[in-house]
Design a protein around this ligand. Sequence first.
Ligand SMILES: Nc1nc2c(ncn2[C@@H]2O[C@H](COP(=O)(O)OP(=O)(O)OP(=O)(O)O)[C@@H](O)[C@H]2O)c(=O)[nH]1
Ligand SMILES: [Mg+2]
Length: 365
Amino acid sequence: MHCTVLFALVSDGSAPFPQGAGGASREVMHPLTENILRSDVRATARACRLCDDRVPGYLDLLRELFPHTGRAFLVGVTGNPGAGKSTVVDRMIEQLRKAGKRVAVVAVDPTSPYSGGAILGDRIRMQRHFEDPEVFIRSVATRGALGGLSRSTWDVVNVLDAWGADVVLIETVGVGQDELEITRTAHSTVVVVAPGLGDDVQANKAGLMECADVFVVNKADRDGADGTVRDLELMIALGGEVVAAGAHSRGHAAGHLDLARQEVRFSEGAWIPPIVRCVATRNQGIDDLLVRLDEHRAWLTSPRGQQRLAQRQQEQLRGFLRETLVDEATAALGRRIDEAAARVLRREVDPYTASEELVAAFRRG
Ligand SMILES: Nc1nc2c(ncn2[C@@H]2O[C@H](COP(=O)(O)OP(=O)(O)OP(=O)(O)O)[C@@H](O)[C@H]2O)c(=O)[nH]1
Ligand SMILES: [Mg+2]
């Protein structure tokens, strides 16, 4: 299939996301801001490092950049370890570059034991793009207690948005709460599944699978791809209501899905995740994937899509708030937290009362 659409919505400037005001009224304070806005790659890389390490002043930089963000289309690419996410991302970069788009990739480095060394592999795979000044590839490391992974990722995404990325691809392994949070807050989420992982489809239904705006059944050159597509169709259908038998057509955002001649109807205006077969290693199906993402991006402008964007924003802000509150409370309470834990251990107080007392102490300041 030849791809004709390729993010038309990106290029015609009619992005469904509220745009920044341009920040003209504020005096530029941070030395990096101007260079990032001029798309200087070195300044952008430096800003990412400042955000990673939370070097004092990094928040001022992010505040200054914010009015210049909101233009990039943020696409999460997630899925089980080894499903082919990086290969898909690599091909997406290639296609988007052909269409003249500026692309950023944020690879969220998992500490998961499945994926030791994944980033090195990713780097080698994406090596050919490193020379291209219109492609920016960055990994975000999991740093345990030092700030949330989700926050760090969004800090970097915002820097890359300000740098001028048309599309930011965020690769995460779909395990762990943080990663799900990241995935849920992208504009569109691609869940990559490989054949032979049928049980995983079931196991992950509650978390990962619910995030999907588009499914990719990758490694379609392998046995079992049809079965995986059927499993996914079934799973998607469970979200709808079977209303009639005998329908043949299969629409994406059309409000119905034909499943073994059972027509399944979805609520008005709902987005039904399409399933795209890919052989990423052979560059098959990637153009179709980009078309589906384009469609999803268009859907985001619909009333239901706008609701989804609002929900995304609420979730993201709640996450930021949670983190800010915890950081502030932890810093303010200092040793009192450990002291309270010791008292609970000695059974002098129950943990419920202890945490209420800590909150009260924090409130008193
Ligand atoms: N047969 C086949 N192999 C593929 C395909 N796509 C990727 N692979 C191979 O699958 C392996 C894993 O691919 P990656 O792209 O690293 O997968 P990933 O999901 O990014 O892996 P992690 O980041 O480690 O979770 C590599 O050896 C790829 O060459 C495909 O379409 N067909
Ligand atoms: Mg990978």
